[in-house]
Design a protein around this ligand. Structure first.
Ligand SMILES: [Zn+2]
Length: 234
């Protein structure tokens, strides 16, 4: 997304970012990753982060309702009709400040992810997509939502992980763009669901470090080719 943005005008870039946010907000609702007005998402447009407005469900906002916040200063720079940024604005800013490669942040309240984070406190890869796209999951104990303390805790973790599970709260995923951050969120929740189901049936076999490395070393493209080959042989 960032590369595309350089060539267009700032206005066009912002319009594109707002429309992507609107699209992925709806996808998050459709995927059941939040209920009601829970969760928030953001995307980077140069030095500005566009974030969902506070107090609205994703299917209750229009593209222009996403609030522009200067990443360095935290000042509101592009606001429609007195909308306020999500209460987790500090947590989102922390992700962009910690990593230049982060182009989007997704924060959700997924049922299985919260259950695993609040009981077992760890989630490992059990299937190839998880190993390839999510990898290791950072775990955080309970910290009061919307607090500066939570933003600091996320900032420390996000340096090493693309996905974080927070006890008694939810998950944060980051990506180069919204598509990547969203896929990570979906696969993370699928992983938590599979882990919970496996726990009901017995002791789950999770991937070893070697299993994960092997899949990651295949590279995304190689990995897809391999899967296609396998399905043709089957
Ligand atoms: Zn939350």
């Amino acid at each position: 997304m960032t590369t595309k943005m350089v060539s267009g005008s700032q206005e066009g870039i912002v319009k594109a970012v707002r429309s992507e946010l609107w699209k992925y907000g709806r996808k998050i609702i459709e995927s059941g990753l939040v209920v009601g007005p829970g969760g928030n998402i953001s995307a980077r447009a140069g030095n500005v982060m566009y974030i969902s407005p506070s107090g609205y469900a994703f299917d209750d906002v229009e593209p222009e309702d996403y609030v522009g916040v200067d990443i360095s200063s935290g000042d509101l720079v592009d606001v429609n009709e007195n909308k306020k940024p999500s209460s987790e604005v500090l947590m989102h800013l922390a992700c962009y400040r910690a990593r230049q490669d982060v182009g989007a942040v997704v924060h959700i309240h997924p049922a299985y992810g919260i259950a695993v984070a609040s009981t077992i406190g760890r989630l490992e890869a059990m299937f190839p997509d998880f190993a390839a796209y999510v990898g290791k999951v950072g775990m955080l104990g309970y910290v009061v939502p919307s607090s500066a303390e939570l933003a600091e805790a996320v900032e420390r973790k996000i340096v090493d992980y693309n996905a974080i599970l927070m006890s008694n709260h939810g998950a944060v995923t980051v990506g180069a763009n919204l598509k990547e951050a969203f896929y990570r969120a979906v696969i993370l929740e699928e992983g938590a669901k599979i882990f919970v189901l496996s726990k009901i049936l017995g002791e789950p076999r999770v991937f070893s470090e070697e299993d994960v490395e092997e899949i990651r070393n295949l590279g995304a493209e190689k990995y897809r080719t391999q899967l296609l080959k396998q399905s043709r042989q089957a």
